[in-house]
Write a new protein. Structure first.
Length: 395
């Protein structure tokens, strides 16, 4: 059986909203439907019945994104009811996992046209109540927030594995001696690059604002932040001697992203030139508390599968869950030119709506390669509970 080439024809995303911000009134299934509909509308030559499947990443799935949000997006977007949908969960890597699974189906001939993406509304993530062991307990019951991080932890898990995400970032900072000033400088650069990219119109071709919401740019970008402002923030996880703050970590966010993937036959039906071609992917595991370094080996394996090395990269979208985490990864890739990393800003400025981020990164790489006209790009994320995921694209 021959392996088919897989092309990214288009990629869109919403502006990323801040926690409790402009998109907090929008249900996650509506956010997902919005980007699915936008993709279809931007490719009028493609008959929507030709979409073989819709893959969507979603990290929480405990609220309005329950009951297979991918299928809900298909229906709410007005696609034919014959188009199926499946929701996948690899926590922060869910959106990229959706892209990889869709690409794999096309490469193996199980599909010709697919939509892949991700969604998260951290603003609307509910509190959940465990079902009691017996009916009508007399005592108080605990609600668990599903916005971020561990909840209802299995007591059999070793304590060192279940530290908070922020403490995990502090552990990476300890491991690589990454100080507060270095992290703040990285965060400042993220904001400045994102603000400059928006000012130059570099996001105009991929961002599709949600109708009825006054948000046309990523909501968390701080154009006026400074080293002095960042230095005033208190450590968030280690009160004494900590280096991770709200200023050098990604915020809580709402948003959605989606990509249109096709084989050669599907490409002809779209009548469009592809943005990029999918070359290789890899996933790896690591000690859960060191999740921030998860991409290190995944990136190396993906590049090896693609027959490429760091010197071949023209752009690299590395998710900035924390500045310490991103800097820790960069420290383990001495061959990599840091100038190619997140040239249009990263998640510290743009935001990190968990299930959507991987799809946003893949779409960003595809658009950057198309703008350049040629090259090799890479998207990668660290994943809570200790995993790394990477995807290599080329044009």
């Amino acid at each position: 059986m021959s392996i088919r080439d897989v092309y990214i024809v288009d990629a869109v995303r919403t502006p990323i909203g801040k926690f409790g911000g402009a998109l907090s009134s929008v249900r996650p299934d509506d956010l997902a439907a919005h980007v699915v509909r936008a993709l279809v509308d931007r490719t009028p030559d493609l008959d929507p019945t030709r979409v073989d499947d819709v893959y969507f990443g979603d990290a929480n799935g405990a609220g309005e994104d329950n009951r297979d949000v991918a299928r809900m997006a298909v229906l709410l977007a007005g696609l034919p009811t014959s188009v199926p949908g499946v929701t996948v969960n690899r926590l922060c890597g869910s959106g990229l996992e959706a892209v990889i699974q869709a690409a794999r189906a096309i490469a193996l001939g199980d599909a010709s046209v697919a939509i892949a993406g991700g969604v998260e509304s951290m603003s609307r993530a509910p509190w959940v109540l465990q079902k009691p062991e017996r009916a009508f307990p007399a005592g108080h019951q605990q609600l668990h927030s599903t916005t971020l991080g561990w909840r209802m932890t299995n007591p059999r898990m070793p304590a060192e594995w279940t530290v908070s995400l922020g403490e995990g970032a502090e552990l990476v900072a300890d491991k690589h001696a990454i100080g507060r000033e270095q992290q703040d400088a990285f965060a400042l650069a993220s904001h400045r690059k994102a603000a400059e990219a928006w000012a130059k119109g570099l996001y105009d071709g991929e961002v599709v604002p949600y109708e009825g919401v006054e948000l046309v740019r990523d909501e968390c970008i701080r154009d006026s932040t400074s080293p002095e402002a960042l230095a005033k923030l208190k450590p968030s996880f280690r009160p004494d001697g900590g280096t991770v703050t709200a200023g050098n970590a990604s915020p809580l966010n709402d948003g959605a992203a989606a990509l249109l993937l096709v084989d050669e036959a599907g490409l002809r039906e779209t009548g469009r030139e592809p943005l990029a071609r999918i070359r290789a992917s890899a996933v790896t595991g690591i000690e859960p508390q060191l999740f921030g370094l998860g991409p290190v080996e995944a990136v190396r394996r993906a590049l090896d599968k693609a027959g490429r090395d760091f010197s071949d990269l023209t752009t690299f979208e590395l998710n900035e869950a924390f500045a310490a985490q991103a800097l820790g990864c960069l420290a383990e890739w001495p061959e990599l030119d840091p100038a190619v990393v997140n040239p249009r800003g990263g998640a510290i400025a743009i935001g990190h709506p968990l299930g959507a981020s991987g799809a946003r990164l893949a779409g960003a790489v595809a658009h950057q390669l198309a703008a350049a006209g040629s090259g090799t790009g890479l998207a990668a994320l660290c994943i809570g509970v200790g995993q790394g995921l990477a995807l290599v694209l080329e044009r």
